[in-house]
Design a protein around this ligand. Structure first.
Ligand SMILES: *Cc1c(COP(=O)(O)O)cnc(C)c1O
Length: 348
């Protein structure tokens, strides 16, 4: 019996090709030995568009919808060093559209590099119109501000498309990760790699929920560990459950996800979103020095630190075969240069 595929359900949604896919699946032998697992990396930092990352897969669906609606201007909101807004700007440009970005004060960092380098530099090079939003923890209010901007652009004769952040809008970007789950399992199968566990970031939860739905929709029972990068585990669990339930329904597989499928860990989340802690700096340093692998301080460094915590606590068994989803974010390194000083070798 062929396994039921998520593809049919996903195919019903408009999509525009933006990424370099499939991304590589690579072993990380030195880092894996140091962590005590057989470590493999899904290189979604290599999705291509404007330094890549997980948002490329998500935006293939948002911008697919924008194009289907005949939009000529994209609006999006995010943290100052947001990767999502940077990739949205590049995607909009690739499709010949204008781009407005609303930057939220989530991290409370007056550092000049944080405010101007990294993703902000790229947003500006891409010619995005930048707007600032004083609040960082109110997704509904951030969306509402974008809607007001969209209405004023409409009055000027534009055709705006808003990429919403809030929970009240359909998680269509997660469809990109439903497909990514199929992509990575196909790569693993064809190379004879039987995965015991998968570890990814859990922020908006579209990546986490998308992978979970993609795995379960093709009968894969591999545990998916989401590492909290945005909010504590109790709140994040509810978010992942809701997003996964919605995504499953969107592809015609309502009821696919059960409570025990959702695993979230916030052991390394403190002191909060976008803030570097000792475990994150340590994990970034290990990946760089042992493997030549660059992680970022907001997401993937935290996920690697979370993987270390999961192995230490026994939730991921020592010696098991673990897939780490590298979701990108590396341009933020330049915005965090001063915060990373403790883990750098001495300046010349
Ligand atoms: C946005 C982002 C994440 C989190 O993904 P979600 O789908 O929002 O949960 C992880 N890594 C990087 C580099 C990101 O930019």
């Amino acid at each position: 019996m062929p396994r039921p595929s998520a593809l049919a359900g996903v195919d019903a949604f408009p999509r525009v090709r933006l990424g370099h896919l499939p991304t590589p699946l690579e072993p990380a032998p030195q880092l894996g030995a140091a962590l005590g697992v057989d470590l493999w990396i899904k290189r979604d930092d290599c999705t291509g568009l404007a330094f890549g990352g997980n948002k490329v897969r998500q935006l293939e669906f948002y911008l697919g919808e924008a194009q289907a609606q005949g939009a000529d201007t994209v609006l999006i909101t995010g943290a100052v060093q947001s990767n999502f807004v940077r990739v949205a700007a590049a995607g909009a440009r690739a499709l010949g559209m204008d781009i407005h970005i609303q930057l939220e004060e989530r991290v409370d960092d007056g550092d000049a590099l944080y405010r101007l380098s990294g993703n902000v530099l790229l947003d500006r090079l891409l010619g995005a119109r930048l707007h600032s939003f004083p609040v960082g923890e109110d997704e509904a209010a951030a969306d509402a501000a974008l809607e007001r901007l969209a209405r004023s652009l409409e009055r000027e004769g534009r055709r705006p498309y808003v990429v919403h952040l809030g929970i009240d809008h359909a998680p269509i970007g997660g469809l990109g990760y439903v497909l990514a789950a199929g992509e990575v399992m196909e790569q693993a199968r064809s190379r004879g790699i039987a995965l015991d566990a998968l570890v990814c970031a859990s922020g908006s939860a579209l990546t986490h929920a998308g992978i979970l739905v993609g795995m379960r929709s093709s009968g894969e029972t591999v545990p998916v560990h989401g590492i909290c990068v945005r909010r504590v585990a109790s709140r994040q669990r509810a978010r992942v459950e809701r997003r996964a339930t919605e995504l499953a329904a969107m592809i015609g597989r309502a009821g696919l996800i059960r409570d025990h499928d959702v695993d979230v860990c916030d052991a390394v989340h403190a002191p909060g979103y976008g803030k570097v802690n000792e475990a994150v700096g340590e994990a970034m340093s290990m990946a760089a020095r042992l493997e030549g692998l660059l992680l970022d301080p907001v997401y993937t460094g935290k996920v690697m630190a979370g993987l270390v915590a999961q192995v230490r606590s026994g939730r991921i068994e020592a010696g098991s075969r673990v897939l780490f989803v590298h979701s990108g974010g590396t341009p933020a390194l330049f915005g965090y240069a001063h915060r990373l000083e403790p883990w750098l070798s001495p300046a010349p």
